[in-house]
Design a protein around this ligand. Sequence first.
Ligand code: SF4
Length: 161
Amino acid sequence: MMSPESIQPPVMVSACLLGHKCRYNGKSCYLPVLISSMKQYQVIPVCPEVLGGLPIPRSPLEISNGDGYDVWAGSALVVNQDGVNFTYEFQKGALETLNLCRKHGVKMAVLKEKSPSCGSKRIYDGTFSTRLIPGSGVTASLLKKEGIKIFSEQEWLNEVE
Ligand code: SF4
């Protein structure tokens, strides 16, 4: 007999939205309403940047010269304000996240908008000036390429309302 847990569809969620203090500044972006909207789901928290080996706290990082798709194409890099390259860690974290999705049969994910890893519609433009551009982060673009449906936190809440 299947346990109730085994029939809950899995959904991967950015850990910072669930209250994990894994952001670059050591804080979370806890969104209690998100948790209460997920009672029928098996929630799988993930922080791709931590999975990629980055510490908490860490310097702010942005994608320079494009978005996550361009990072995978080799034409953009993830850097800090001093130009130090963190692309390897971001790609490692994204690949680990994809492995977790495969392990748990994840077909959808709710990922924090604007992040260079998790953003799925808008990200910072790489100039560290708080300017946003259309685009996806490194993890979000990889998961999308693999057919996983990505919601921003707001899109998810609009969907389940
Ligand atoms: Fe949150 Fe994603 Fe940034 Fe981790 S990488 S702190 S989960 S937005």
